[in-house]
Design a protein around this ligand. Structure first.
Ligand code: 5GP
Length: 247
């Protein structure tokens, strides 16, 4: 296999995203991930600032990344910094969004006409091309290889890690009264070409339903104007045993 990196993405420098800011960390090879209070949906078309959301998502992400690490999934988490930030490894991020689905809803229902709430016999693994201009289109693995977004061997690893992470999180959320409906993961490699799970893991990046119902405890509350996002996220944090000051 070639040793050069296949696509144009390089180690990211500081940048501000829709819900987070990535800044250079104190040591080489590190980044500070700062969680903002901004929430967006529909590729930025719908926006709001929800005071306290950043703190909650930071606390949830920290706990879930630790849970995955403790269960054998390598993640980019290095350490906690403060109530809004964590220190993470600087990675070259594959320009892919990996979605694992346990129950049908969202884009797969619109795309395939499935019944919302249908429970899949086994988790479904999907790939999307991370590209705002194209609205993150769904792709198949052949497209990913054709565009040199990822090597086949690396995609196998990413698939296995995604399935394992989904299983760990599904069990965890089940134990606190939620069905993990679907979840988006991102992955990257460090300077040694080791693969790590990256990004945040929060109700912004997954769907949680009250167990046995279709009641949302995630960003769909904002996307579909179904209630108060802060109250919803606070309840998730509470069931996770998190105490967040000022919330
Ligand atoms: P869907 O494809 O049904 O819209 O989304 C599937 C899952 O991936 C949902 O849990 C959704 O929150 C997450 N997801 C998909 N795309 C994005 C994205 O661009 N940003 C975030 N935060 N989550 C996403």
């Amino acid at each position: 296999m070639e040793t050069t990196w296949p696509f144009v993405y390089n180690f990211p420098m500081s940048y501000e995203g829709k819900a987070k800011i990535m800044k250079d960390g104190p040591k080489e090879g590190t980044l500070v991930m700062l969680f903002k209070d901004d929430v967006t949906a529909g590729n930025g078309k719908k926006k709001a600032v929800i005071k306290g959301k950043g703190k909650i998502n930071k606390a949830i992400t920290l706990k879930l990344l630790k849970l995955l690490h403790d269960n054998g999934v390598p993640t980019h988490l290095i350490e906690d910094i403060d109530d809004r930030s964590i220190l993470v490894k600087r990675l070259k991020i594959f320009p892919l969004e990996v979605v694992v689905r346990n129950i049908a809803t969202g884009s797969i229902v619109r795309r395939l006409g499935l019944e919302k709430g249908m429970v899949f016999k086994r988790p479904l693994f999907e790939l999307f091309f991370k590209n705002d201009d194209l609205h993150d289109p769904m792709i198949c693995q052949e497209h990913a290889f054709m565009m040199d977004l990822i090597y086949p061997d690396d995609l196998l690893i990413v698939r296995n890690l995604s399935m394992r992470a989904n299983e760990i999180l599904k069990q965890y959320f089940d134990s606190i009264g939620f069905d993990l409906v679907d979840i988006k993961f991102e992955f990257g490699v460090d300077e040694n070409e080791e693969i790590y799970l990256a990004d945040e893991i929060s109700p912004d990046t997954m769907r949680l339903w009250e167990k046995g119902t279709m009641t949302s405890f995630d960003k769909d509350v904002f996307r579909e104007d179904k209630g108060d996002l802060l109250t919803t996220y606070t309840e998730v944090a509470k069931r996770m045993g998190l105490k967040i000051e000022g919330i």
